[in-house]
Design a binder for this molecule. Structure first.
Ligand code: ADP
Ligand code: MG
Length: 319
């Protein structure tokens, strides 16, 4: 199978097309219609074999996850997904692999309403790079830079599942059989908080998606917003699977430093708390208050009212 046949067969076929796509796959460029009063949010994420994923990842999960991690970036800005391009680097043309990969990719694309409008296909060590484009009403995008002293800090969903799931997949940890599938799926099929992100427009003062773990991702918000934060580690939302599978200390470590949860962390002023509850209930998203923004420009973790030191729970080991 030649490159153009491969594109036609696996990637052009299922591309459900949005009405604002004037010209999709097949020409030198794609053409999309610029929407009035909207800004285009653009982000690119690359997954490289043996760096971001292991060769034994199910191709369907890889296809799904490649898009999900990009969608998560749109979510954190409050943007609505629209179009994507796909740069695929493959060692060979393995049709079974491509069938499964494209199934996972288009499952996510269809669910979130993204059209595949172009890409590039090259031979080399396996890598997937997606550039995602989303739309957001001009002036309403959420950024990392708006957190203010006194704002409350929230996260969506539960933290630490993905990292524990990876340990289960790699055979580094055993969990009760009833939690196996849940944890593995949380690692392979993260849920980008697309609707939650859009619901936070005009409510949150800042937002970021948690890809590396709360303890390091929150620092980006603090730096860009020129503020500090206090996080109560006892408030971190943990799934039953994490609570029942590891010690309290380990659970905190997974939640703070595990990474790849793709939940949102965001800040909301006191005056917007009521509106926030309504907005996220309408979006059917669970969220938890975990701390507060401070003026002292540093991150403080507390537990039972006392300072909590990350290194005590082997931060280096888990990072
Ligand atoms: P060019 O040589 O102009 O870069 P290509 O032969 O690389 O063109 O691509 C032909 C068409 O197929 C283009 O419209 C491109 O966007 C699209 N395309 C190439 N690879 C992919 C892919 N993996 N997924 C989606 N579209 C692709
Ligand atoms: Mg090309």
């Amino acid at each position: 199978m030649k490159e153009f046949q491969l594109i036609e067969h696996f990637f052009n076929r299922r591309g459900q097309t949005r009405r604002d796509v004037e010209l999709g796959i097949g020409d030198d460029c794609a053409l999309v219609q610029a929407a009035p009063n909207k800004s285009i949010a653009i982000s690119c994420d690359t997954l490289v074999e043996n760096v971001h994923f292991y060769p034994d990842i199910p191709p369907q999960a890889l296809g799904y996850k490649s898009l999900a991690v990009n969608l998560s970036d749109l979510a954190s800005m409050g943007a609505e997904p629209a179009w994507m391009t796909l740069a695929l680097t493959l060692p060979d043309v393995d049709e079974t692999w491509l069938e499964q990969f494209s199934t996972g990719l288009f499952d996510a694309a269809e669910y979130y309403g993204v059209s595949l409008i172009g890409g590039d296909t090259t031979r080399g060590p396996r890598a997937i790079s997606i550039t995602i484009n989303g739309l957001v009403p001009t002036g309403t995008a959420l950024t990392r830079s708006g957190a203010k002293n006194g704002d409350w800090i929230y996260v969506t969903g539960t933290l630490g599942d993905s990292a524990l799931g990876l340990d289960v997949i790699r055979g580094n940890r055993r969990v009760d059989v009833e939690y196996n599938e849940y944890l593995i799926n949380r690692h392979y099929y993260p849920t980008p908080r697309v609707l939650a992100g859009q619901s936070l427009r005009n409510l949150a003062t800042s937002a970021i998606d948690l890809s590396d773990g709360l303890a390091s991702d929150i620092l980006h918000v603090l730096k860009r917003s020129q503020v500090g934060a206090v996080i109560d580690v006892d408030l971190l939302p943990l799934s039953q699977a994490v609570k029942d599978s590891v010690s309290e200390q380990e659970a905190i470590s997974y939640a703070l430093t595990g990474g790849e949860d793709y939940e949102l962390l965001f800040t909301v002023p006191e005056a917007q708390k009521g509106a926030l509850e309504t907005a996220l209930a309408n979006a059917c998203v669970e969220f938890t208050q975990v701390g507060q923004v401070t003026s002292d420009k540093q991150l403080r973790l507390i537990r039972n009212g006392e300072a909590f030191n990350l290194t005590n729970i082997g931060f280096e080991h888990f990072s």
